[in-house]
Design a protein around this ligand. Structure first.
Ligand SMILES: Cc1cc2nc3c(=O)[nH]c(=O)nc-3n(C[C@H](O)[C@H](O)[C@H](O)COP(=O)(O)OP(=O)(O)OC[C@H]3O[C@@H](n4cnc5c(N)ncnc54)[C@H](O)[C@@H]3O)c2cc1C
Length: 684
């Protein structure tokens, strides 16, 4: 069964109430002396940076009032895993896990509210409705918006961006109908989008203007290897070319390229980079470069205003990955809490699975450094799709990039981030075997040095995790709860499991037990109807009492059971629209899915009452066959959804895709056949 979306929530309280909560409804100027103590720290933007800041500040100073304001009208969620949810690799609801703010009277959260201006003199922010809120300190965590190329046609229907949950929901609804998708941008986001939109019957072309995929991270050899592996998975890749215009009358139909080619497209996804959201800061006169300029304490030009995350520019660098944003959030929280802290910049590190291929890069990039600035160590194993390149300067590791699985990767990325020394023995071992450390040290995470970062997103080290294990955290969930490790991209989950000494076991979907029971019963009854002869009519005629075969003899009862069956089928169909129409994304998806299956089960019951299990002849037999196929395929897909945590993810995904398609295909002829059936019944 399909993956679900996570629920939207409207703002939980009136902003006016929040003003009253913090300041009292009749604020007098005489109250000024006590006012500053009661003013909240206001955070604008509930993305990873804003949320990390809020969680950290609350942990450090629980008594300090804090107000988190976010323009997105939903609970905070894990943006990094949006593509996994879109691809069906994880449940949409799981994106919210671990991202909630603690319940506390001093902590306030206003979703769906946009800050439109900052009045620095009055120490207040202006909200979209015109309300104002005063702040003690203001933290800008406004992130970025997608960069949209300045070409005609980007506003046509069928053209999408991929930045937030709304975009992902729209793409999810679109995915079923798309046959030709063009993704503009062959960077991290473009590849993620292409991966997520992949289906067996969809033609996807990636267009990248530079000479290679992921040019910001990879060198030419690694990019060529990735290119091959992406193509082997059925995606088309065009490099050294770009879009000139998007064409279409009522919706996008084609993409015109600089080279003169025209690519037919019913869907275009723009993934051509991001632009930091600096408008608020700019309008209030704060110094701006590519982002909002900040010092080592993440302060902007105004000592009471901080900027963190993708909207901030530190030391000339604007970061576009989640780990630096989280790090900045933690540092700003410490500074505001009065704990000495300094942000010294981050080493950008990316590790992601593109389709089935691991791609990684951290630290210095060979093409963006002066010639001769770095020495290079290369390990190649083309037969197994492995390529690893280390950059070093003055005996220390400065960069790593490559393609293919590598057990030592988290440790190697950490070594780059720490600028660790690389000895001659290590160089020799790396060139020969692609390993930096002896096999005995790499085998178990528990054997890694305590300072090695295990979760790159949250910066949690092996030492911190081991302390948590020693303090009684014996499950991955407990480790995540205590340390925050694995709560962002999740790629370190196997490492946590290795540390706990247990293999990684995914958890069942919400409502799995009733789902399994209902789906198995529906499939079983449908299979029995198919295989067994129908319920016999009563053998001897009698005028005494009620005869149960009146169910199939009495015209009125037949009509009641027939229309009930049709009604149940239509209701089940309407419920399934929850997945296809983004606007219907309310309520938890698991509930909708279970209701859909419950209606399917009720429909099988109605079918049994209506037909007595007889398959019929002609159109009736066809109708019956298609209906039973619909139930069996849908039931099997639901059984799979309830049990897929026991299967290998790739296998589960393939099976689920096939069964869902069979379920959908079986539905299409039903309305016509049903029409014939009704006509035939009434005509005769
Ligand atoms: C699909 C996808 C996949 C990604 N994958 C990875 C990955 O694998 N690894 C990785 O490291 N990074 C990845 N990233 C990047 C990562 O998500 C970002 O680096 C991170 O989200 C930045 O966090 P932020 O809090 O600075 O900004 P954002 O996440 O952009 O959050 C900013 C928030 O502020 C809100 N806001 C903006 N202006 C206002 C206003 N005026 N008033 C109120 N609210 C406002 C916005 O609505 C938004 O919710 C991915 C991004 C996407 C979109």
């Amino acid at each position: 069964m399909p993956a679900g979306r996570f629920g939207q929530r409207r703002p939980s309280m009136l902003l006016r109430a929040s003003v009253d909560f913090f300041f009292g409804s009749r604020l007098q100027m005489d109250d000024r002396s006590t006012l500053n103590d009661r003013l909240p720290v206001i955070v604008v933007g509930a993305g990873p940076a804003g949320l990390r800041f809020s969680q950290r500040l609350h942990a450090l100073c629980p008594a300090l009032p804090l107000h988190l304001i976010g323009a997105e009208a939903r609970a905070p969620y894990d943006r990094v895993r949006l593509s996994s949810a879109l691809a069906g690799d994880c449940d949409w609801a799981s994106l919210e896990q671990g991202w909630a703010l603690p319940e506390h009277p001093g902590l306030q959260w206003s979703p769906g509210v946009k800050v439109t201006a900052i009045d620095r003199n009055a120490h207040q922010v202006v909200l979209a409705g015109g309300d104002t809120l005063r702040y003690r300190q203001l933290v800008l965590a406004t992130g970025s918006t997608p960069h949209v190329p300045n070409i005609p046609g980007t506003d046509l229907p069928g053209v999408y961006r991929f930045r937030d949950a709304r975009d992902a929901e729209q793409l999810s609804a679109r995915r079923v109908r798309s046959r030709r998708i063009v993704v503009l941008g062959g960077g991290l986001l473009g590849l993620e989008a292409a991966r997520a939109m992949r289906r067996f019957n969809t033609d996807i072309t990636l267009v990248e203007h530079s000479d290679r995929l992921m040019s910001r991270q990879l060198d030419i050899t690694a990019a060529a290897l990735l290119h091959e592996q992406v193509r082997a998975l059925g995606l088309k890749v065009i490099v050294d070319d770009g879009a000139l215009a998007l064409h279409g009358r009522h919706a996008v139909q084609s993409v015109a390229l600089r080279s003169g080619r025209s690519l037919p497209a019913d869907t275009v996804i723009i993934a051509t980079g991001i632009v930091p959201n600096t408008a608020l800061a700019l309008a209030s006169g704060l110094p701006i470069g590519r982002g909002i300029k900040v010092d080592d304490q993440l302060r902007t030009g105004d000592p009471d205003i901080f900027a963190i995350g993708e909207c901030a520019e530190h030391d000339g660098v604007v970061y576009g990955l989640v780990a630096p944003c989280l790090e900045q959030g933690a540092v700003a929280a410490s500074v505001i809490a009065g704990t000495p802290a300094r942000y010294r910049g981050s080493v950008d590190g990316t590790r992601l699975k593109v389709m089935k291929t691991t791609v990684f890069a951290a630290g210095a990039h060979p093409d963006r450094s002066a010639t001769g600035a770095f020495g290079s160590l290369i390990f190649k194993d083309p037969a197994n799709g492995h390529y690893r390149r280390l950059l070093h300067a003055r005996g220390r590791l400065a960069g790593v990039l490559g393609v293919g699985d590598w057990a030592e990767l988290p440790r190697a990325m950490d070594a780059v981030q720490q600028g660790q020394r690389i000895g001659w023995g290590q160089r020799w071992r790396f060139r020969r075997s692609g390993q930096l450390w002896p096999a005995t040290e790499s085998a178990s995470v528990a054997a890694w040095p305590a300072g090695t970062t295990v979760c790159n997103c949250t910066g949690v080290t092996r030492g911190t995790l081991s302390e948590a294990v020693a303090a009684g955290c014996t499950t991955r969930a407990a480790l995540a709860e205590r340390t925050r490790a694995s709560t962002v991209c999740g790629s370190c989950i196997p490492l946590l499991e290795s540390l706990l000494g247990a293999p990684y076991r995914p958890e069942p979907v919400r409502g799995a037990t009733p789902l399994l029971g209902m789906a198995a019963l529906a499939s079983l009854v449908a299979a029995l109807i198919t295989l067994l002869p129908g319920v016999p009519y009563v053998a001897e005629w009698s005028s005494q009492g009620w005869r149960w075969d009146a169910l199939w003899r009495d015209g009125f009862i037949k009509q009641v059971t027939g229309f009930s069956l049709a009604g149940l089928a239509v209701a089940a169909l309407v419920l399934s629209l929850r997945k296809r129409i983004a606007r219907l994304a309310f309520g938890h998806f698991a509930l909708w899915r279970n209701l859909h299956v419950a209606l399917g089960l009720a429909a099988v019951g109605a079918l049994l009452l209506h037909t007595g299990g007889r398959l019929g002849h002609g159109v009736n037999a066809l109708l019956m066959g298609i209906f039973l196929l619909l139930i069996i395929a849908g039931g099997a897909a639901a059984v799979l959804a309830a049990t897929e945590h026991r299967l290998a993810p790739a296998q589960a995904k393939r099976l689920r895709g096939g069964l869902n398609w069979l379920h959908i295909l079986a539905f299409w002829p039903l309305p016509v056949l049903l029409g014939f059936h009704v006509l035939k019944t009434y005509y005769y």
